[in-house]
Design a protein around this ligand. Structure first.
Ligand code: PHE
Length: 342
C-alpha cells in the first residue's frame, strides 16, 4: 500500500491527479481510511501493532502529497514565468502625436504678449485688392515701392473688369480694413501670411508678418518705443531690452523708422538683449494722415503708430534657426531637432 501510493504520488503530473490520489488514499472513503475503520473490529493485540503503523502510513502519505503539491506548484509557476516572460528593458513602441507648427506657436506667443498690452487680433484676406495693398496705404500706381515688393499679381482674363488683385505683400492692408470696420480709437495686431517673389536663405515667397496699429488722440513715437521694448523683452525673455530707431521711409508712415534690437555675437552665437551690436527687426512709424483718411479716420482728430515685423524672422532669432526655408519643408527631423515636434 505504501509503495503503491508513494509511487503514484511521485508520478502524478498535475494538481488534479494529486487530489484524486488524496481522495483515493486518505479521503473519507479512501483505502487507508477504510483500513483504519477496520481497527475497531480487531483484537487489542492486533490493534496495537496495526494502529500506529496505519497512522504512520497516513502521515507519510499526507507529507508526500504536500511535498508533491508544492513541487508541482513551483513547476507551474516556473512554466508561467517562462511563457509570460517580458523584457521590460526593450524600447517601447512610441506613438508620436502631432504638434503645433513653430510659426503658429510663435504667433500665439506674440499675440499673447500684445493682448496683455490691450491689443486685439485682426485679420484680413491673403488675396487683396490693389487698393488695400497699395493705394490706401499711400502707394499710388507709379510708386517704385510696388516694383520693389516683388508682387504676385492675380491674372485676370481679358475683358474681366474687376479691380486688380494681388497676393498681399505685407499685413499693412489690415490697418485699413480694421480702421474702416472699427474707426478710432483702435489697438490691433494682425498676424498672417504675406507673399513676395523672393527666395534665398532668409527669404521665402510666402512668409509671415505681424502688423501692429494703435490710434488714439495723442499717441506718439514714445508710446511705440515703449510698446516694442516691452514686447521684445517679454518675447526674448530678457529684462529691459534696448531698441534703436533708425530714420527710414515707408509711404504709409511719417516719420518712419526701422527698429533694431540690442544683441551681441559670442563665439559665433547670437545673443539677443545683451551687448552693443544691433539686429534689424521691423519697420514702423506714425501712421500717415493720408492713410487715416483713406480708412475714414479724421487725421485732425486722431493719430497713432503702426509697425510690421516678420514672425519667421523673430522666430529664427529666438530659436537660433539659420535657414528660413526649413520652416516650410515639413521635415519632421528638423522640427524635432528644434523641439517643435515629438
Ligand atoms: N509693411 C512694411 C513692410 O512690409 C512694414 C511696416 C508696417 C512699416 C507698418 C511701417 C509701418 O516692410
Amino acid at each position: 500500500l505504501r509503495k503503491k501510493y508513494l509511487d503514484l504520488i511521485g508520478a502524478a503530473s498535475d494538481e488534479g491527479a494529486l487530489e484524486s490520489l488524496r481522495v483515493q488514499a486518505v479521503g473519507k472513503k479512501g483505502e487507508i481510511s477504510l483500513k483504519m475503520r477496520e481497527l475497531g473490529k480487531m483484537s487489542p493485540e492486533e490493534r496495537q501493532t496495526a494502529g500506529p503503523s496505519l497512522n504512520a502510513l497516513k502521515d507519510e502519505i499526507n507529507t508526500a502529497l504536500a511535498a508533491k503539491k508544492a513541487a508541482l506548484g513551483d513547476a507551474a509557476l516556473n512554466e508561467r514565468l517562462q511563457a509570460e516572460w517580458l523584457d521590460v528593458t526593450l524600447p517601447g513602441r512610441t506613438r508620436r502625436a502631432g504638434t503645433i507648427h513653430p510659426i503658429s506657436q510663435v504667433t500665439e506667443e506674440v499675440t499673447a504678449i500684445f493682448a496683455d498690452m490691450g491689443f486685439a487680433v485682426a485679420e484680413g484676406p491673403q488675396i487683396d485688392s490693389d487698393w488695400y495693398n497699395f493705394d490706401a496705404l499711400n502707394i499710388p500706381g507709379h510708386h517704385p515701392a510696388r516694383a520693389e515688393m516683388d508682387t504676385f499679381y492675380m491674372h485676370r482674363a481679358e475683358g474681366d473688369a474687376r479691380p486688380p488683385h494681388v497676393l498681399r505683400t505685407h499685413t499693412s492692408p489690415v490697418q485699413i480694413r480694421s480702421m474702416e470696420k472699427q474707426g478710432a480709437p483702435i489697438r490691433v495686431i494682425a498676424p498672417g501670411r504675406v507673399y513676395r517673389a523672393d527666395y534665398d536663405q532668409t527669404h521665402t515667397p510666402m512668409f509671415n508678418q505681424i502688423e501692429g496699429l494703435a490710434i488714439d488722440r495723442d499717441i506718439s513715437m514714445a508710446n511705440l518705443k515703449w510698446v516694442l521694448e516691452e514686447f521684445f523683452s517679454a518675447f526674448f525673455e530678457v529684462d529691459g531690452i534696448k531698441t534703436r530707431f533708425r530714420a527710414s521711409h515707408f509711404p504709409f508712415t511719417e516719420p518712419s523708422a526701422e527698429v533694431d534690437i540690442q544683441c551681441s555675437w559670442v563665439d559665433g552665437q547670437l545673443r539677443i538683449g545683451e551687448g552693443d551690436d544691433w539686429m534689424e527687426v521691423l519697420g514702423s512709424g506714425m501712421v500717415h494722415p493720408k492713410v487715416l483718411q483713406a480708412a475714414g479716420v479724421d487725421p485732425s482728430q486722431w493719430q497713432g503708430f503702426a509697425f510690421g515685423m516678420g514672425i519667421d524672422r523673430i522666430a529664427m532669432l529666438k530659436y537660433g534657426i539659420p535657414d528660413l526655408r526649413a520652416f516650410f519643408d515639413s521635415d519632421l527631423r528638423w522640427l524635432r531637432h528644434y523641439g517643435f515636434a515629438s
